[in-house]
Design a protein around this ligand. Structure first.
Ligand code: AMP
Ligand code: GLY
Length: 422
């Protein structure tokens, strides 16, 4: 079949690397893609929010599977666009409907969903400009740290964790005053949960589901989990503290009620639910939902998945998902993200990257890269993800770290301590 993948990051290189291994994959197109995805298929220079152009392309190239990597087109309703168009409706779309994408696109929606279906999460209240005074009083009743979340998508910057009541009140006032534009017209204030985070990925057809390998990502820019939040600086899978006992709690208390909730609400959802969890004591709580795979978690999850991914996607459409058996590589996989100097704040692009071709014991997934006359240049904050296997996490990390040294570009930065807390 002909497959169209939307997106351009490390996640999309990993998805295209995996799908291109399937005998079911005839032609793979990545829109817009990067220098790495171009080695797995054909990049298409279109805008991922330009649904009309995507439609024309999909029809001309007889696409029968369309996989949506990032959240933005899903929140903008790409699923509904396909299913509402007679010419496109037959195409399998991996990614939920606009309503399902609200699990990621609106923190208030997600919190209400969790409350309605009795899914463990931090206690919360939501406020708007009209209820600012009530919000300020609510903060006074809380014990810091105070967690403030912009309701909508805010490029990963919409969550503030503040140690002081007065500062939290100022922050709430600023957020409701438009600090994150429309995204912070509603703000969720929630209880701070103290624990260790991990990520669970579920593939669902809206009724049945399968659980993919568990991962943990490292979001802060600095070693020891310090400094600003990033999209993710590295990841590992499996996660040693996520044992069978904890995973059973996650499945019974979180995954099953989440899929049941989606089903009961009649939400069209063929795709991934990414559940960001935190282990507090021995108990799992949901920090957030995302309606897509994580990045860089995908760069360790898919290498450990032995199943044919295209076949799994087909199963979300033909009722076969319940009978699939997920097979995992028992080895550990780790990834280390090489980023541009300055990231996650301002950084320069267009730096020549050297040394990728000499690496043969890691998979180098491209994130922000661009091919220029036979060479590869940086084209984003997160540049390359170096994924390695090992009998354990440490062995895999040693290989990723060794190869991170071998690749050069001006300003290269990376964390040498991925996995430090395991
Ligand atoms: P989110 O965008 O909701 O995933 O939040 C971003 C990050 O903020 C999470 O990955 C956590 O590290 C942290 N965080 C969010 N909510 C809480 C909470 N209730 N308690 C503690 N940390 C949180
Ligand atoms: N790595 C976290 C995310 O993809 O949101």
């Amino acid at each position: 079949m002909n497959i169209l993948l939307i997106g351009s990051g490390g996640r999309e290189h990993a998805l295209s690397w995996k799908m291109s291994q399937s005998p079911l994959c005839e032609n793979l197109y990545i829109l817009p893609g990067n220098a790495g995805t171009a080695q797995c298929g054909t990049n298409v220079a279109l805008n991922q929010s330009d649904f009309e152009s995507i439609k024309t392309f999909a029809l001309e190239h007889k696409i029968s599977l369309c996989v949506i990597g990032p959240e933005a087109p899903l929140v903008e309703g790409i699923y509904d666009f396909f299913k509402g168009d007679e010419a496109l409706a037959h195409i399998i779309v991996i990614g939920p409907s606009q309503e399902g994408a609200q699990l990621e696109g609106s923190k208030a929606y997600a919190k209400k969903f969790m409350a309605d279906f009795n899914i463990p999460t931090a206690a919360y209240q939501e406020f708007t400009a009209e209820t600012l005074a009530a919000g300020l009083s609510y903060i006074e009743t809380q014990t810091p740290p105070i967690v403030l979340k912009a309701d909508g998508l805010a490029a990963g910057k919409g969550v503030l964790i503040i140690d002081n009541i007065e500062e939290a009140k100022t922050a709430l006032t600023e957020m409701l005053g438009g600090k994150f534009g429309q995204a912070s017209e509603t703000v969720v204030i929630e209880q701070f949960l103290d624990g260790i985070e991990f990520s669970v990925f579920v593939l669902t057809d809206g009724k049945d589901y399968q659980v993919l390998p568990v991962a943990k990502d490292y979001k802060r820019i600095g070693e020891g989990d310090t400094g600003l939040n990033t999209g993710g600086m590295g990841a590992v899978s499996p996660v040693p503290f996520v044992d069978d006992v904890l995973m059973k709690k996650v499945e019974d208390r979180v995954i099953k009620p989440t899929i049941n909730g989606i089903h009961q609400k009649g939400i069209q959802y063929q795709g991934f639910v990414f559940i960001g969890l935190i282990k507090v004591g021995e108990e799992p709580y949901v920090i957030e939902y995302n309606c897509r795979l994580g990045d860089p978690e995908t760069e360790v999850v898919l290498p450990r998945l032995k199943n044919d991914l295209v076949q799994l996607f087909q199963a979300t459409d033909n009722g076969g998902l319940a009978s699939v058996k997920i097979e995992k590589d028992e080895r550990a996989a780790t990834t280390i993200m090489l980023v541009s100097g300055g990231y996650p704040e301002a950084y320069e692009k267009g730096k020549l990257i050297t040394g990728i071709d000499n690496i043969n014991d890691s998979i180098v997934f491209h994130a922000g890269t661009k091919a220029v006359d036979g060479t590869v240049h940086t084209n984003g904050g997160r540049v390359l993800a170096i994924t390695s296997f090992g009998s354990d996490i440490k062995t895999a990390l040693d290989i990723s770290n060794k190869n991170a040294e071998q690749i050069s570009f001006e300003g290269k930065n990376y964390r040498r301590d991925i996995g430090f807390d395991l």
